[in-house]
Write a protein that binds this ligand. Structure first.
Ligand SMILES: Cc1cc2nc3c(=O)[nH]c(=O)nc-3n(C[C@H](O)[C@H](O)[C@H](O)COP(=O)(O)O)c2cc1C
Length: 329
């Protein structure tokens, strides 16, 4: 099922951007885990739209409501079901291009797969809004990892190929021109115990990648020295081992904390590439799917000129979920 991920702990995302609600069912969590709802809400607020000049003007509180699975702030062994009501739905924004697929979005492939039955408003189950329930499950996983001494921190590394403070100018420039930009988020997992993961298909890279590729607009991921490492010699890319106070570490961390799919105890480091937001107000070419007529399209709905700032907690959430699931296994 497309909305379900996890081995020992299963996260199932449901809803559409313009349905009554979006939400998540989390199955397999041990009973008695304390969940700090206020902290979880604060985590979700980092992803919420409408907070800054870079994000969509779709303002929604994204208030999490637990329907089941929690008793007095602790898991009770029953599956958790949590929802977020969609309170700011403007279906009319999408009326003009109901049969005209937005370039770069999932409208065309959704139509090919689901035909006239597809939900035509707001990106439906392909919308960036589906990352809110990811943050519920991932936020809960993060709280449990923190207790185990594992911290996950992501940050913006690049926007439109630029690093440093001036990268935000790239978003402002694109917005002014009715355009959008992409970027890269870097994530670090510290406090990771040695020996988690497995060879081949059970490797940490594969498990994190599967989680991360569930985030809409993700187009690439690299671990440790990644693509740059492929240009180096082994003598530069290998990380020498040293013993410090009886603990074996590596001098450098080109391996990004993973060797043979298994954690080495060094920080797990990976970078995620996001494409530019598909919906832009500049004129683009498309085709009316009913008449096959070529048409011009201008998208004047509510859209982020850059997805990257809002995606930072989502990367943390999906990484946390993958790691917590592996640890619970
Ligand atoms: C947090 C977040 C917000 C997003 N907001 C928008 C948006 O406002 N407009 C848009 O066209 N796409 C947005 N997207 C991206 C689309 O959902 C995504 O590009 C589309 O579903 C096609 O999937 P793909 O890019 O993975 O192929 C957002 C993605 C994320 C993660």
């Amino acid at each position: 099922m497309s909305g379900t991920i996890g081995n020992k702990i299963k996260m199932s995302i449901f809803g559409q951007s313009h349905a009554n609600a979006i939400g998540v069912v989390i199955d397999g969590l041990e009973a008695g885990l304390k969940i700090d709802e206020e902290q979880l809400q604060n985590f979700l607020d980092r992803r919420s739209p409408g907070k800054d000049e870079f994000s969509t003007i779709r303002k929604e509180p994204d208030k999490v409501e637990f329907l089941s699975g929690l008793v007095n702030g602790k898991t009770c062994g029953a599956p958790i079901c949590a929802i977020i009501k969609n309170t700011n739905v403007k279906k009319n924004d999408y009326k003009n291009f109901e049969n005209i697929p937005r370039p770069g979005h999932a409208d065309f492939t959704s139509f090919i797969k689901f035909g006239e039955s597809m939900d035509k408003s707001g990106g439906a189950q392909f919308s960036g809004r589906m990352t809110a329930p990811m943050c519920i499950a991932g936020g809960i996983a993060m709280q449990q990892l923190k207790i185990l001494g594992i911290d996950i921190i992501a940050r913006i590394d690049e926007i439109a190929g630029v690093k440093g403070a001036s990268m935000f100018n790239k978003i402002t420039e694109a917005k002014k021109e009715g355009d959008s930009v992409g970027g890269v988020i870097k994530c670090e997992i510290t406090g990771m115990p040695k020996g988690i993961g497995d060879a081949l298909f059970g490797g940490i890279e594969g498990r994190i990648s599967q989680s991360i590729f569930g985030i809409p607009a993700v187009k690439g991921i690299e671990f440790g020295s990644g693509f740059e490492g492929s240009q180096k010699r082994g003598s530069c890319n290998n990380d020498d081992f040293i013993a410090v106070d009886d603990e074996i570490k590596t001098v450098t961390n080109n391996h990004g904390g993973i060797l043979g799919g298994i954690s080495s105890g060094m920080p797990i480091v990976f970078r995620v590439a996001f494409k530019p937001t598909p919906s832009i107000s500049r004129l683009q070419r498309s085709v009316n799917l009913k008449t096959n007529e070529c048409v011009d399209i201008e998208i004047n709905g509510r859209h982020d000129p850059c997805i990257v700032p809002r995606a930072v907690p989502v990367v943390e959430a999906m990484a946390a979920f993958a790691i917590y699931d592996m640890i619970c296994e």
